[in-house]
Design a binder for this molecule. Structure first.
Ligand SMILES: Cc1cc2nc3c(=O)[nH]c(=O)nc-3n(C[C@H](O)[C@H](O)[C@H](O)COP(=O)(O)O)c2cc1C
Length: 156
């Protein structure tokens, strides 16, 4: 089963989690491709940025999407991407966000809600989701647990 991991990352946090997921899934023998969204223009405004890369989601049977939280919301880049994709046709999908603050109520939950709503509007079938809190004292064990949980869900 082909898995696409589509990630937007500015300072590398979300990319780190995406790479860990990629390693975990490929070590289990699944064909995984990680694609990074690149933007030009103003990355703080979904209406003033241009997506340089447009991953072809039809190549994948399952999707994992990852984004940072920006200003208590989903990043404008991931928002713009999800608004532009064609129907996901009930494709099994996982969404995750990373945020600086240690608690999910400090923007993570809201960003994830926005992301899952956009996926569902595109007829994605949400299997699981996660918020990763970068300044949480137990960040690394938390990431390990989340990667384990999401990896199991995506192959079910
Ligand atoms: C413009 C901007 C706004 C941000 N807003 C928030 C926020 O509302 N809540 C939060 O916890 N972190 C916020 N952050 C921090 C990022 O969400 C966090 O560092 C994230 O892990 C960065 O991911 P990346 O390294 O993949 O870009 C913000 C960062 C930027 C650049």
């Amino acid at each position: 089963m082909t898995i696409g991991i589509i990630v937007y990352s500015e300072t590398g946090n979300t990319l780190t989690v995406a790479r860990t997921l990629e390693q975990q899934l490929s070590s289990q023998g699944h064909p995984v491709t990680l694609e990074q969204l690149q933007v030009t223009g103003n990355p703080r405004s979904k209406d003033q940025l241009q997506l340089e890369s447009r991953p072809n989601l039809e190549e994948y049977e399952r999707l994992i999407m990852g984004s940072p939280v920006h200003a208590f919301s989903l990043s404008p880049a991931m928002t713009a991407f999800l608004q532009q994709i064609p129907s996901l046709d009930q494709k099994p999908t996982i969404a995750f966000v990373t945020q600086f603050f240690p608690f999910a109520w400090m923007g993570g939950n809201r960003a994830l809600r926005q992301m899952t709503t956009l996926c569902k509007e595109r007829s994605g079938r949400l299997l699981a989701s996660a918020v990763i809190n970068w300044s949480h004292p137990r960040r690394d064990p938390n990431i390990s647990k989340i990667v384990e949980r999401l990896s199991q869900k995506i192959i079910q």
